[in-house]
Design a protein around this ligand. Structure first.
Ligand SMILES: NC(=O)C1=CN([C@@H]2O[C@H](COP(=O)(O)OP(=O)(O)OC[C@H]3O[C@@H](n4cnc5c(N)ncnc54)[C@H](O)[C@@H]3O)[C@@H](O)[C@H]2O)C=CC1
Ligand SMILES: O=C(O)C(=O)Cc1ccc(O)cc1
Length: 311
């Protein structure tokens, strides 16, 4: 495939930017790579790892001459960076971001941009609990979704090119509007992360359960909570502060259902519990049977098709 862009500038050189650089290099999607990070150590690591060809100690310098600029910093840092780079963006350049929240990023970035810049917000639904330039890997986006939330006035060619870039990095691309994205992500990612943080905090508060017992006896579910609760505190603080309405809406519903389940346990209402768990099990089966559970081993899908021995 011929290169889609001649020069990409990454602002922020952490997990997502480094994975993007490696995935772009894997498929030869861009001709030259540059970037900026705040710390000299991060800049040096990104160069040493061969993620980028050149590095700049200011975001304004990094974006000059780039036909693609990727904002890959915590959501709360986007506004100041947009303000700084706006006068230096090349005419007709595409600006995108990878923030976990879209509405607040659009509000923070758009007001600073000159009319010629094509701003196409994006969000790869792929990540890990690790941060920094050494955490990236080329396969991160393989068979994962990337959601783009462009406004209608953006050039269709620019959107098609960015879509092709994500597909070249291995991702599947969907387009939706920003409020819908923020609600979907509140349900599927943001509220679950908060619940994981809470559960790990609760386990830690239980003085009877020492750290070693928590790890030693934790089954897969709790282990995954501890992994998720090890995610970057700055990034997740910014997610909740910037997707406040949708996460509060979902957490409100969650709290109501949790109270109903608590009451069922207290009243020994087995029918309520059984009916609830039957409904949630059907949801999981629907996901697996639709082939949407990309992490599930094949034997899991086969077993579900046949029906499990406990049915
Ligand atoms: N980590 C994950 O699993 C995922 C993260 N995202 C989003 O991607 C973005 C980047 O996240 P990661 O790459 O995971 O973070 P990271 O912590 O690995 O890297 C962030 C980079 O931004 C720089 N940075 C932080 N604050 C800054 C500031 N005020 N000014 C300039 N640079 C600053 C850091 O020095 C670092 O180079 C975030 O907006 C996050 O919501 C999206 C999908 C998955
Ligand atoms: O590590 C995990 O399980 C994740 O959920 C990764 C992740 C974190 C934030 C996003 O906006 C998208 C994906």
């Amino acid at each position: 495939m011929p290169a889609l862009y001649s020069r990409v500038a990454f602002i922020g050189l952490g997990l997502i930017a480094s994975s993007m650089a490696l995935a772009m290099r894997r498929a030869g999607l861009v001709e030259s790579y540059t970037g900026h990070a705040r710390s000299a150590e991060t800049r040096a690591t990104a160069l040493d790892l061969g993620l980028i060809d050149t590095v700049h100690d200011s975001a304004a310098a990094a974006v000059q001459g780039a036909d693609l600029v990727v904002l890959a910093v915590p959501v709360g840092a986007m506004a100041a960076i947009a303000q700084e780079i706006a006068p230096h963006l090349a005419h007709g350049a595409t600006l995108t971001d990878v923030g976990s929240v879209k509405g607040a990023v659009i509000d923070a970035v758009s007001p600073h941009l000159p009319g010629s810049v094509q701003f196409i917000p994006g969000h790869p639904l792929a990540g890990t609990e690790h941060s920094g330039p050494a955490a990236g890997f080329a396969e991160l986006f393989d068979n994962r979704w990337c959601i783009l939330t462009p406004f209608e006035d953006v050039s269709a060619d620019a959107v098609a090119r960015l879509r092709a870039l994500w597909e070249g990095m291995g991702a599947n691309v969907d387009l939706m509007d920003a409020p819908h994205h923020d609600l979907v992500l509140a349900v599927t990612s943001h509220a679950p992360h908060l619940i994981a943080y809470t559960m790990v905090g609760v386990a830690d508060d239980l003085r009877r359960v020492t750290d070693s017992e928590v790890i030693k006896y934790s089954a897969a579910g709790f282990r995954d909570f501890t992994r998720i609760a090890a995610s970057d505190p700055t990034m997740w603080r910014d997610v909740f502060l910037n997707n406040k309405a949708a996460t509060l809406e979902i957490l409100g519903r969650f709290t109501e259902e949790l109270f109903a389940l608590q009451r069922a346990i207290r009243r020994e209402d087995g029918d309520h519990l059984h009916a609830y768990f039957t409904r949630t099990r059907a949801i999981r089966r629907g996901i697996v049977e639709a082939g949407q559970d990309t992490d599930a081993p094949d034997f899991g899908r086969a077993a579900l098709r046949k029906g499990t021995p406990r049915d």
